[in-house]
Design a protein around this ligand. Structure first.
Ligand SMILES: Nc1ncnc2c1ncn2[C@@H]1O[C@H](COP(=O)(O)OP(=O)(O)OP(=O)(O)O)[C@@H](O)[C@H]1O
Length: 333
């Protein structure tokens, strides 16, 4: 039987949250446990590019930290390539690597090439391979010109690119990417997504677990994904199957001029399954999932009666955000 690349059973992590006055009186009854992960069961197959999609605070980083042996679970088990993250941490560390968006790793006084060389050698990458891999990765992220610049002289985005390189140069069997495109410009993020796909195709034995709260990124990259909120997995499937689940409700997007909030009026109309509102500096976007197409007539009337001014109206295909809204009743933002 195939050994799963990642397997968790009832994985739970509590954080001790000090209540007010904790510094003065640290009594047991004043400390309340916070459930960051509440019994997560997951199985990722070898070769899969698996996504974790969830809002801020959902538990994604906590899960990745446990899987990469940086944090101990409170209960449940987690295995990487058949090795338990607690009892076999030492054996599994050489086959994994992790990139965390927004993380500042490396030494400021070393330049980019020296930092990458150091991390590769710590992992035991043969010296003759290191230079080649560093050059390739720097080229991919567009950092070749900064190879000899000190880390402390790089911008935040450039450091993030170096972090990204660091994750790949050890050629891990299982790679964890926590928000890899966080804070990167559009072109850099696109290049990185392209490289992620290419890297996975290069060797079918590689597995990747990626967290993101960019839905388009999850949709574009992931073979399967788990939607996670408040420490629980709400759904787990391919992006296409997840979207199919919400296809029974036609979805319309109305762009309105800023003005009175008509969301609650629209939500109460018969035949409206879900309604959400997003504000941009110039417009208000109203998204409605309806029991059937014909209901849109009463939605338009309801918006106008409520004082809303409609700029555009279109029917749209469901996105992963619609799946998320269906599952938790609000958007990811
Ligand atoms: N060291 C800690 N002590 C107490 N609570 C913590 C700690 N680390 C995380 N938490 C809490 O656990 C929950 C999950 O946090 P986590 O960082 O795993 O979320 P996330 O899904 O990665 O969020 P984001 O997208 O914002 O990075 C949050 O409510 C957070 O406040």
């Amino acid at each position: 039987m195939e050994v799963p690349a990642i397997r968790t059973v009832g994985l739970t992590r509590l954080y001790r949250k000090p209540r007010k006055g904790w510094l003065r009186r640290r009594k047991a009854e004043e400390v309340k446990d916070f459930v960051a992960l509440g019994g997560v069961d997951l199985e990722v197959r070898p070769g899969e590019l698996f996504g974790l999609l969830g809002p801020n605070g959902a538990g994604k980083t906590t899960l990745i930290k446990i899987l990469t042996t940086l944090l101990a679970p409170t209960a449940g088990t987690a295995e990487i390539d058949g090795l338990d993250v607690v009892t076999h941490a030492k054996q599994l560390r050489p086959i994994i690597n992790m990139v965390s968006g927004g993380e500042t790793s490396g030494y400021g006084i070393l330049n980019v090439r020296e930092n990458l060389w150091m991390f590769s050698r710590i992992y035991g990458v043969p010296n003759e391979l290191v230079a080649k891999r560093i050059d390739r990765m720097l080229g991919i992220v567009g950092l070749t010109e900064k190879a000899n610049s000190r880390l402390s002289h790089l911008s935040t985005g450039q450091r993030q690119k170096m972090n990204f390189c660091r994750g790949f140069i050890t050629d891990p069997k299982i790679l964890f990417l926590d928000e890899p495109t966080l804070g990167l410009d559009v072109t850099a993020a696109r290049n990185i997504r392209g490289f992620i796909k290419e890297w996975m195709k290069e060797n079918p034995a590689r597995t990747m677990l990626l967290t993101t709260h960019y839905m388009a990124e999850a949709d574009e990259l992931c073979d399967r994904l788990a939607i996670i909120d408040q420490g629980k997995v709400l759904a787990c499937d391919t992006p296409a199957n997840l979207k199919r689940k919400v296809q029974e409700y036609p979805i319309f997007e109305l762009s309105l001029s800023p003005g009175r909030d008509v969301l609650s009026d629209v939500s109460k109309l018969p035949g409206v399954h879900q309604a959400t509102r997003t504000e941009t500096p110039t417009t208000v976007e109203l998204k409605v999932a309806l029991k059937e197409d014909s209901i849109i007539g009463s939605v338009v009337q309801g918006v106008i009666a409520g004082g809303g001014k409609i700029q555009t109206l279109k029917k749209v295909e469901p996105t992963l955000e619609d799946v998320f809204i269906e599952l938790v009743g609000h958007g990811l933002g």
